[in-house]
Design a protein around this ligand. Structure first.
Ligand code: HEM
Length: 277
């Protein structure tokens, strides 16, 4: 009679590749600094969660791209979006584990990381691009990684959640006017204002469009999730390196704070200003 784990089938460790996983934390400091495993593991776990977020977002995009849209499909997209938002809440909390690392401890191995930087997290940029924050300037950080440029370019050329949200409300009968590449700044500003007013009509009749209203609020949660991560990350960075320059060559905290204005769905933020009882 065989006991637990003695059979030939799959085991916990073999299924999850725990042995291989444990071999992936290679410290650059020598002898390895006590806090470098923390630094590596926290980044690796972020990248794993980013991978899952992209997996969920890809499904959402596929659902919303469907030309034969219906309420059940929007409900399914919302179902996956709720998972993304739950992961983002975890990601905001997780950054605080880094606060247990004293600034002097970090300096003990920081010089080994130069010039690697969070700037080069291609999955983070993919999430931004997928949301709608598309910026080709970001591609320059990946000149050393052809595969990352290919992935990002693919995201750049594909529908974003921003595009698809407006596709959904158009399907429901609203008439948002989208930007064209050739539009002037003034035209873009006017069109954005027009879209805000279309969303206001949706918010004024939320009960008539429950799944689309939920979609809008979940997309706002997603946008807020990115923003809250940015704020907590910048705060932890200030606590650890103060106003030192980043290893990626930016001004550090001053640069990070400048990203707090970035939004995937400016219309969903702005509509609040116009709502009345
Ligand atoms: C000791 C901890 C950390 C420090 C001191 C730090 C510092 C910085 C700095 C200074 C930048 C600006 C770019 C540069 O010049 O390098 C940056 C960007 C970034 N970091 Fe961190 N970081 C830390 C932890 C993390 C963690 C745990 C993640 C998890 C993914 C992360 C992800 C990113 C990302 C994605 C960016 C790009 C942000 C953007 O351009 O909007 N960082 N980091």
């Amino acid at each position: 009679m065989s006991g637990y784990g003695e059979g030939k089938g799959v085991s916990y460790n073999s299924y999850l590749k725990v042995k291989e996983l444990k071999e992936l934390q290679l410290c650059l400091s020598d002898p390895a600094h006590h806090d470098e495993p923390l630094f590596i593991i926290i980044h690796q776990t972020y990248e794993l969660w980013f991978k899952l977020i992209l997996h969920e977002l890809d499904s959402i995009v596929k659902i919303l791209e469907d030309t034969d849209l219906d309420d059940a499909k929007i409900w399914q997209a919302n179902f996956y979006l709720k998972r993304v938002v739950a992961i983002q809440k975890h990601l905001v909390n997780q950054i605080h584990i880094l606060e247990t690392m004293a600034p002097k401890e970090f300096l003990g191995f920081r010089n080994h990381l130069n010039p690697a930087s969070g700037f080069q997290s291609s999955q983070f940029r993919e999430i931004e691009f997928l949301g709608g924050m598309k910026d080709t300037n970001m591609l320059k950080y990946f000149s050393h990684e052809h595969a990352a440029v290919v992935d990002l370019q693919k995201r750049f050329d594909s529908h974003s959640l921003h595009d698809l949200f407006f596709k959904v409300i158009t399907w429901a009968g609203f008439k948002p006017v989208m930007d064209k590449e050739t539009d002037s700044e003034e035209e873009k500003k006017n069109k954005l204002e027009q879209r805000v007013q279309e969303i206001k009509k949706l918010y004024d009749q939320a009960a008539k469009y429950p799944h689309i209203y939920d979609l809008a609020e979940l997309l706002l949660d997603f946008d807020e999730g990115i923003l809250l991560w940015r704020k907590h990350h910048a705060t932890v960075v200030e606590r650890i390196i103060g106003f030192k320059q980043g290893t990626g060559g930016s001004e550090g905290v001053a640069y990070l704070k400048s990203t707090w204005t970035k939004k995937c769905f400016p219309e969903l933020w702005q509509v609040r200003t116009y709502l009345e009882i």
